[in-house]
Design a protein around this ligand. Structure first.
Ligand code: 2P0
Length: 322
């Protein structure tokens, strides 16, 4: 039995749209920060005594659509390795509170690493990144720690992630503000496809990302947290404009999301610099310099409750832990 640990990541330049839905080739590059406080541990063993793949996540047996995603992914690994047996897969999500903030990024990065090793493959990190990509796009980046770039590439061989800065110690941190942890109505897979096919703004998104990737890499090399936060915030708003402008339009925001955006704007107008980003759900992540942490926690804690705030530092790449 092989166990791997992978951390989730939050995109600072977002991935929102596929060019190839089967291979999961994205329309654009993207860039993320891997987080230390959110991770998945996944154990895999191929066994003679199984008549089907058995999948357990957080002590529950998984069936239906979620199971099929894992089984299809195991089929890719069986094809690559020649392994014929079914697998026992046991995965546990670790988040600081039981918030249901499970992520497909950490899930498929951990599964790719554990299952490929259990099937006798010895993949390097680039190949692990390509493999994880076929489970879920954002998992491509969770193979690496710190600040990570996913090159969109043109085919299976050229679409993989690479680290920009694996050990990030210039003071950047994130607070996850957990506003709602129930299951989303529009999956990111459906949502991004609808944006690609129906948003009149989609062609502009290509330009936005090309610009933001360059600007973000410059800001990272200058270790300029204000620039990083500012670019990430604009990029997030423009990604969310692709949801509002789709047909039918949709949004991942709720009223609390807007309230959080306003609170972060208020903090900024008080001279406390911090920035927000949102993904395919209502929760808000705050980007800031750790020297401002206590002021941000005090302010947001009063408005939303201290228990809703989780501080996270930059985290490491995937590891085999057992
Ligand atoms: C990202 N998100 O770059 C973007 C920003 C959410 C918003 O990647 O269909 O679960 O499995 O490739 O990776 C969420 O979508 O989608 C995501 P699939 P995924 O992090």
């Amino acid at each position: 039995m092989i166990t791997a640990r992978a951390h989730t990541n939050i995109a600072l330049v977002k991935y929102w749209g596929k060019k190839d839905q089967n291979l999961i080739l994205p329309q654009t590059d993207s860039l993320s920060l891997t987080l230390n406080e959110f991770y998945a541990d996944t154990s895999v063993e191929f066994r003679d005594d199984l008549a089907a793949d058995h999948i357990e996540i957080d002590d529950r047996v998984v069936t239906g659509h979620a199971a099929n995603k894992v089984i299809n992914f195991l089929n890719i690994i069986r094809k690559m390795s020649g392994e014929k047996r079914y697998a026992n897969v046991i995965s546990t999500n670790h988040v600081p509170v039981s918030a249901g903030l499970a992520s497909s990024a950490s899930a498929f990065a951990a599964l790719a690493t554990a299952a490929s090793k259990a099937a006798g493959l010895d993949l390097n990190r680039r190949d692990l990144s390509r493999l994880a990509r076929q489970g879920s796009g954002s998992a491509t980046r969770s193979i690496y720690g710190g600040l990570v770039e996913w090159h969109r590439g043109t085919d299976d061989l050229t679409s993989f992630a690479e680290p920009i800065m694996e050990k990030v110690d210039f003071g950047i941190e994130m607070i996850a503000l957990l506003l709602n942890t129930s299951k989303k109505k529009v999956s990111s897979r459906q949502g991004m496809q609808s944006s690609v096919e129906t948003s009149p703004y989609y062609p502009a998104w290509h330009k936005v990302v090309a610009h933001d990737m360059l600007a973000m890499k410059r800001a990272i090399s200058n270790q300029d947290i204000d620039q990083i936060g500012h670019i990430a915030e604009e990029n997030a708003l423009r990604m969310h404009a692709l949801t509002l402008s789709a047909d039918p339009g949709y949004t991942y925001f709720n009223g609390e999301t807007i309230r959080a955006i306003q609170a972060i704007n208020d903090l900024r107008s008080q001279g406390i610099s911090c920035y927000y980003t949102m993904d395919a759900g209502p929760n808000v992540k705050v980007i800031y310099n750790r020297k401002n942490r206590s002021k941000i926690i005090d302010y947001l804690g009063k408005l939303f409750g201290q228990e809703k705030l989780i501080v996270s530092k930059p985290g490491p790449g995937v590891k085999i832990i057992n």
